[in-house]
Write a protein that binds this ligand. Sequence first.
Ligand SMILES: *Cc1c(COP(=O)(O)O)cnc(C)c1O
Length: 423
Amino acid sequence: MSHFAYQNGELHAEGVPLSRIAAAVGTPVYVYSETALTDAYRRFAGALADAGLDARVCYAMKANSNLAVVRALAACGAGADVVSGGELTRALAAGVDPAEIVFSGVGKTADEMRQAIAAGIGQFNVESIPELDRLSEVAAESSATVNVAVRVNPDVDADTHHKISTGRHHDKFGIEIDRAREVYAHAAALSGITPNAVAVHIGSQLTDLSPFRAAFIRVAALVHDLRADGHEITKLDLGGGLGIEYGHQSPPDPRDYAAIVADTVGDLGCILVFEPGRYLAGPAGVLLTEIIYIKDAETRSFAIVDAAMNDLVRPAMYDAHHEILPVREPGTDDHTHSYDIVGPVCETGDTFATQRDLPALTAGELVVIRDAGAYGAVMASGYNSRPLIAEVLVRGDSYSVVRVRQDIATMLAQESLADWQSE
Ligand SMILES: *Cc1c(COP(=O)(O)O)cnc(C)c1O
């Protein structure tokens, strides 16, 4: 069930009319449903538990790292998958248990490693031999021993958008699975490192389960080989990647995903770690925006909205499809018109949707761009000197601003003229 639904003729986030949020906070604004977040968490974690798996869910914070979002998931028991020192700081600030934090990413700096070791995080996912060597050096500095998963690249095509596919042999991620045994041998010889886990993540927005199956089968075979080599492998990190509907796709049910996990790696006796991002946060957020103008051109009608590609870059960057809904509930016999929904930025790529059939729209009315809770606010920029927009969290009949709208004065305060220009 969606937590964004029409009630009394207008679209609500849970029990709060979106028009109320627009009036109080302004537009554009991201609106998140806390219940949608926690329901998605329970569906995902519940499916794994029901399949009899010993699973930990570490929310991939890069999908949406707002403190309040992370807190809502941490309160359900989620750990965190972080990819930078900044995300680690956020995870700790949101109250995530450090032992349940996994640090992923191909380019961790020594400073980030120091920060993570000092925080006592549970696991480093390492992606290269130079990174293993660096981590060993940094661990030695503080006489620490850290748990390491080597991220392997199973050479599986996730059949998703090329910019978010990560498990093919030519992608920059992980170590080719055929080289994994020598890499574990190298890791085991290093001080300060316990290579007790294997990690894999093949891509994002997967709508077909077969690439997961193919990858997990290869990982299971690797675990047998590594154990035969004398490594004590106690954990498997199976990454994220479960897709969502975006209004037109048919992604798998978490229960079917859990069944494949159980089938492929369930008998290895490993603790399993999962890193869902999009599945938890995507459907839990909308981008609420106001129509500035309706522009009728010869062949097209454009609805020009006050949100732009700098606020939500997915359509421009990944050709992503997002459903658009008017906040005012359409009547059953309303005629529909075809609209291109576009932002004000001076690029043709600043287009949220093309040729969408919607009820007649008018300037001043509100629409939402759905499924914007993941890879939305976190990827925003200040392009065209458009300040970062506000974020609001809803629970039941309450809402709260969980990030204030940036203003242009704040943007400018971080810049200055060069010393020689201010005479
Ligand atoms: C991006 C990423 C995730 C999350 O992917 P989703 O598709 O949002 O679930 C998990 N693990 C790693 C290593 C990632 O890079």
